[in-house]
Design a binder for this molecule. Sequence first.
Ligand code: NHR
Length: 196
Amino acid sequence: MQAIVEANIDNANIAAVISNRADAAGLAWASSRGINTLSLNHRDFDSRESFDLAMIEKIDAFAPDLVVLAGFMRILTSQFCRHYQGRLLNIHPSLLPSFTGLHTHERAIEMGCKLAGCTVHFVTEELDNGPIVAQAAVPVLPTDTPDTLANRVLACEHKIYPQAVADFVSGRLFLSDGKVNNIRRNRDDEFLLGQG
Ligand code: NHR
């Protein structure tokens, strides 16, 4: 989230930063920069559906063109995903379609993967399975722990996620018929190997 804000993307106005955790460090950080913040505790709701409906109401009050998940750790209902179809992005810390879900770095090391990375994708109802927008890969080193690998991948996340948001905002990136259209796809700079 901070990398996206700090990228100062042309024509992008950060409408709000929202978390399900009132104590999230990102809320204090955003607030100190004059960005609207709010939190909505999922434990105050009796179902995922009612939590997601409340979030939709809060989000839509800002009328955003794009909703960006950045470290958001609650699985979203199909209703939420459908509501923001084509305008909801996530970054996942693996080279999808490998390692959907949690503990991706631990699992990549355990499997003996030689490459790991991150994936920006449009969010669909199926967890970590939406159309892929961008990926970056890093080597997995013999000495890696989940933490050292996570740090190497995170440096890539901070490059490709702001770029994807900039592409969306500029109109170069969009979903059509469930497929990703990205003018940048036609260029060599989409795939970043070993950056960071
Ligand atoms: N929701 C849908 N429908 N589709 C996706 O692709 C989503 C999503 C919600 C979040 C981010 C994702 C990631 O990239 C994301 C993608 C949390 C979990 C999870 O298991 C899984 C994937 C992601 C985020 N959450 C547990 C839950 O019960 C809670 C885990 C926790 O609190 O630590 O919601 O990693």
